[in-house]
Write a protein that binds this ligand. Sequence first.
Ligand code: NAP
Length: 274
Amino acid sequence: MAVPKRKKSKSRRDMRKSQTKAAKAMPGDQRERVVVVTGGSRGIGRAICVALADQSTHVYINYVSSTASALETEEIIKSRGGSASSVRADVSRADAVKDLFKTVISERGRIDVLVNNAGITRDGLVPRMKEPDWDDVLAVNLKGTFLCIRAASRQMLKQRSGRIINITSVVGVSGNAGQSNYAASKAGIIGLTKSVASEFASRNITVNAVAPGLIETDMTGGLDSYTHERIAKLVPAGRMGKPEEVAAAVAFLASDEAAYITGQVIHVNGGIYM
Ligand code: NAP
């Protein structure tokens, strides 16, 4: 009669190893969540920083020039019991982005959420558009998003977890006369989002985009009241959007409930583009 082989018992070291692995993979544990928001000093970025902040989260508020605004965002978060710090870095520069993420990793050891929100416009019709206006917009909006994804994903791949949310725009899908550089950069962000989502899906890293319509911020602040009224008439919802309404979509994509959503573009535009 064949004697059944006894199963080898696990060594203590093996057991400890698998316990640590399980602890690392535990969902919803008490570990601090680390969030990086580019262009978090003002407008939509500020609203995103505030929406993502809570007692178990540290928010890095990135900005490029307005230190006072970044500190104001920091104060709003702290006054609500959250934790935040401001980091100056031009996202269009590879060395600055490298330093930004070096700071985050050395201070906190991880990155759970990256929101690529920093963006600029340099509007003009194509025949009159100057080359630097094309280059600057592509460098900040599209290359900046790529550089930050590249830097953050190296850490997220090690963690085998992460959320990346890129802020594109309605004009990235509809186009807009006078904004060819901006529209091209935002359309590029959508292609980038879908490609990176495919690369990282098996590693528990989701990559999505949020496409705001017309939102009340400094970026649209130059519009006179006549234009505001005309725009409001164009939007089926009858008004411009608020930064908090964009931030709510970002907060959802960063939440545990959105774990199975990747490679998508969520439009927040009052129905101006369907
Ligand atoms: P905003 O009020 O003009 O704020 C822009 C933010 O980006 C600021 O925090 C600014 O930092 C930062 N920034 C600019 N260049 C940067 C760089 N090189 N490196 C790092 N940070 C940089 O713009 P917003 O209206 O909130 O727009 C936020 C995002 O939403 C943008 O990507 C924009 O394209 C997109 N969006 C906006 C609308 C809209 O109607 N407002 C519609 C669709 C999409 P400083 O404060 O230091 O200058």
